[in-house]
Each structure stands twice: as C-alpha cells, then as structure tokens.
Design a protein around this ligand. Sequence first.
Ligand SMILES: [Zn+2]
Length: 151
Amino acid sequence: MSTVPQAAQVATNTLGQGSAPRLVAALIGRPGRTQTVFVQCEPWCTEPHASEPEVAVEDITHYSDMAFMQVPTLLSEDTAHSELYCRVTSDPVSSDPRMRAAHVLYGDGSSMDAFLTPDMADELAHDLVAFAAEVRGMARVARAANEADAD
Ligand SMILES: [Zn+2]
C-alpha cells in the first residue's frame, strides 16, 4: 500500500506529455519549519514543488515551462526594451473556476498579467503571426531605404 511514494517517483512531465494528474512531493511551511506533503499536479506542470517551499498548500500554483522573448533596441545593446512570456497555469484553489482550469498566462513584465482561455490564446497566436509578418515587411522597407540611401 504505497501508492503515494510510487506516484512521487514520476518524472517531471514536459508540456504536452501525458494527460493524467499525478501526485508529487511539495515542500510546505515557513522557513525552518517545512514538511513534505503530496499534492495533485498537472501533467504539463514543471514547477519544482518539492524544492521551492510554499507557506500553505493552497498557495501552490501549477505552471508549465515558459515561452519567452525580448524586444531589443538599437539604443541599448545591454538592455531589452521589453519582454513577453507565456505559460500554461492553473490555480487549483481559486474561487474563479476560470483560474482553476488550465489557461495561458501572458505577461510583459508589468504588474498585471493577462489570463487567456485556450480559445483566447489561439486568437492571440493568430494575431502574433500577422503582427510578425508586418514587422518583417517593415524590416524589408527599412533595409531597402537604407540601401537606397547608401547608393
Ligand atoms: Zn504542479
């Protein structure tokens, strides 16, 4: 009768692999007063629940790996102008059922993240592809203008 330890041995899943929740070890408590408990974790979650303590079980949030990009600026090669990131997340004890369900967090480093349903994330991805095509077209225009000026 050792279902919990067996479940705890399941390797960390990567995004898109598996579909069943699993039990994983989680470190809970205040500094110097932590204990390991087993919690249900999502198959896409890559959070190190066992090594990064939360004060209480209800503080545990599940996160996937992050898609991340920075926007550079020619005026500062050392610092990005801005950043964008997305990851799958769920808060299993949220009072909002939309936050309990798996959804996509979209952030830009500001104090407020956006939370997208899967359909909203698909629509955003569609818009980002169109945006990228426009940015690529602008790069062509700027390059051609600079080459014309160099002649
Ligand atoms: Zn998790």
